[in-house]
Design a protein around this ligand. Structure first.
Ligand SMILES: [Fe+2]
Ligand SMILES: [Fe+2]
Length: 132
């Protein structure tokens, strides 16, 4: 499970950011598999969280500019992911982060991009940016 071309939105910047997110998760997975030091794992988790925050902010502002009607529900999904990530980060202090957790994050990302991100595309195509 991971990045496939089926997840492409056709918006180059968004697609590039989605791919970076999958790259971050791959590094996290590698850190787990290699049983790297806790600091490496923690850094990889920070990287996912930081980049997710950037991507979500970009996407939400794009949707806001286009007056996307389901914006609140979309934001709630983003927040849930960030919350799950925070939970994993907390667990990483006390115990091991497992590859099942990364699998869960990947599954979330594939489902979110495939369904929720793709759901906003028709609106972005038809609704211009609101000016003034
Ligand atoms: Fe996205
Ligand atoms: Fe999204």
């Amino acid at each position: 499970m991971g990045w496939t071309d089926e997840l492409l939105t056709g918006i180059a910047e968004i697609d590039a950011q989605h791919q970076v997110l999958f790259d971050c998760l791959k590094r996290l997975e590698e850190a787990i598999t290699a049983e790297d030091r806790w600091s490496v794992l923690h850094f990889a988790l920070e990287e996912v969280a930081d980049f997710a925050r950037i991507h979500f902010a970009v996407e939400e502002s794009l949707l806001r500019l286009h007056g996307y009607p389901a914006l609140d529900a979309h934001i709630a999904e983003h927040r849930a992911f960030s919350q799950d990530l925070r939970g994993i980060k907390e667990r990483s202090i006390r115990s091991d982060v497992t590859d099942e957790m990364v699998h869960f994050l990947k599954k979330w990302l594939v489902a979110h991009i495939g369904k929720s991100d793709h759901a906003y595309l028709p609106h972005l195509r038809t609704a211009p940016i609101a000016i003034g």
